[in-house]
Structure formats: structure tokens, C-alpha cells
Design a protein around this ligand. Structure first.
Ligand SMILES: NC(=O)c1ccc[n+]([C@@H]2O[C@H](COP(=O)([O-])OP(=O)(O)OC[C@H]3O[C@@H](n4cnc5c(N)ncnc54)[C@H](O)[C@@H]3O)[C@@H](O)[C@H]2O)c1
Length: 201
């Protein structure tokens, strides 16, 4: 990463600010730009910590292509952490923000990656897995937790957790749907040469 320029979207958030600060540390040596619109209450508290770590903060919105362009600078890697990450988002009467920020914002990031020939790391989520399928898994109860049984009636589930071949059909929340749709978009952008990693953290 030494000398590479990394754009961390949602860079003042919980994950984004930690990633930005880590990549900016001397042993990694990336030039890091953290872009965030400070939509998340409290994210502004991370801005001074970013400055202390040598991260450049840009107040900007992934929905706005001009702001996302960060002045036309070269970018080697985009770490896409900007999102409305609540499973309840959109159920209070307005789904526009979660769709525009999570899916429209990702689309803008993908276009930027294509233009600047940048790689991408996309913060997806375990919420891509449908709620009913997860709730139907066999578990047993221990003193402090439910533990998944090793034998399950569906692929991709065992005592080790849920893997990528777990079924994806069913409803999952608007948030999860934006992330799953985002994963599909990323795969399509491989046709433009965009290299990517998806993390269903
Ligand atoms: N924290 C977790 O446990 C977890 C688990 C699974 C997935 N994720 C994913 O990781 C990513 C980061 O999550 P987090 O926990 O850091 O959430 P967070 O809310 O702390 O961070 C998201 C950041 O994005 C910013 N943001 C929102 N809309 C924006 C926009 N339109 N333009 C620019 N910035 C915008 C917010 O201000 C915030 O700082 C998200 O994509 C989330 O879905 C997080």
C-alpha cells in the first residue's frame, strides 16, 4: 500500500474511520482520503482523530458524483464504507435515502473506479441472507448463546456459521437488499476491469 492513494467512503463512520486510520499508519503508508457527508450522528467526532492520523478528510456525499470525484486526483483503491446501515432504514415511510446512498452511492463509486482504474473493497453485510432462512436454522441453547447445529437442512450452514453458498431467496430488509444488489453490480463491473473484494462482515 506504500504510496498508494486510497479513498475511504463513509470514512468518518465506525468502520471507515478505523480502516482509514490503519491504512494511513506509517507501516502501511497509504495516502488516505476519507469522504463522508456526516449523515451518521456522532461521525463528526471521528474527524479530529482522522486528522491526527494524517488522513485527509473531505466532507462529501457518495450520491453526488462531483463531490465523490475528490478534485480528479488519482485513486488506486476505493474502500466503500458509506451507507445507511440500519436494518430498520426505510420503514418509517421513506426508502429513498437508504436506496440512494447504498445503491446509488455504490454505483457512483463503481463509475469512479472504472474511470480512475481503481480497485474496490465493498463493505457488504451478513444481512444479505434472508431472515426466514436464517430463523429456520437448527440451534441449541447454551448458557450464554444459541449455537448452530453442525447438520442443517440447507447448504452453507454448519456449526462454523453461514457461508457464501447459503440460500439467498427470500426477503431480507431494504438495507440487506441494497447490499445484495450492490454485490451483483460489482460483479458486472468486472467486465470493465474493476477488481474487487466483497466483505459480508
Ligand atoms: N458495523 C458493523 O457491524 C457492520 C456489519 C456489517 C456491515 N457493515 C457495513 O460496513 C459499512 C460501514 O458501517 P459502519 O458500522 O461503519 O456504519 P456507520 O454508520 O458508522 O458509517 C457509515 C458512514 O457513512 C456515512 N454516510 C452515510 N451516507 C452517506 C453518503 N450519502 N455519502 C457519504 N457518506 C455517507 C455516515 O455519515 C457514516 O459516517 C456499511 O456499509 C455497513 O453496511 C457494518
Amino acid at each position: 500500500m506504500n504510496g498508494s492513494t486510497v479513498l475511504v467512503t463513509g470514512g468518518a463512520g465506525f468502520v471507515g474511520s478505523a480502516v482509514a486510520r490503519r491504512l494511513s499508519a506509517p507501516d502501511v503508508g497509504a495516502r488516505v482520503i476519507a469522504l463522508d457527508n456526516l449523515h451518521r450522528r456522532g461521525s463528526e467526532l471521528n474527524v479530529p482523530l482522522l486528522a491526527d492520523a494524517g488522513v485527509e478528510f473531505v466532507r462529501g456525499d457518495v450520491r453526488n458524483r462531483d463531490e465523490l470525484a475528490v478534485g480528479g486526483r488519482p485513486i488506486d483503491l476505493i474502500v466503500e464504507c458509506a451507507a445507511e446501515p440500519s436494518v430498520l432504514a426505510g420503514y418509517d415511510g421513506g426508502s429513498r435515502y437508504v436506496l440512494d446512498a447504498n445503491l446509488g452511492g455504490l454505483m457512483n463509486c463503481l463509475e469512479l473506479a472504472r474511470e480512475r482504474r481503481a480497485r474496490m473493497i465493498f463493505l457488504s453485510t451478513s444481512r444479505v441472507y434472508p431472515v426466514e432462512q436464517v430463523n429456520a436454522l437448527a440451534v441449541h441453547e447454551t448458557a450464554t448463546r444459541f449455537v448452530l447445529e453442525d447438520k442443517q437442512g440447507v447448504p452453507g450452514a454448519s456449526a462454523h456459521g453461514i457461508a457464501e453458498d447459503f440460500p439467498l431467496s427470500g426477503v431480507r430488509t431494504l438495507y440487506g437488499a441494497t447490499k445484495l444488489a450492490g454485490e451483483l453490480l460489482l460483479a458486472e463491473y468486472a467486465a470493465y476491469g474493476v477488481e474487487y473484494v466483497i466483505n459480508r462482515c
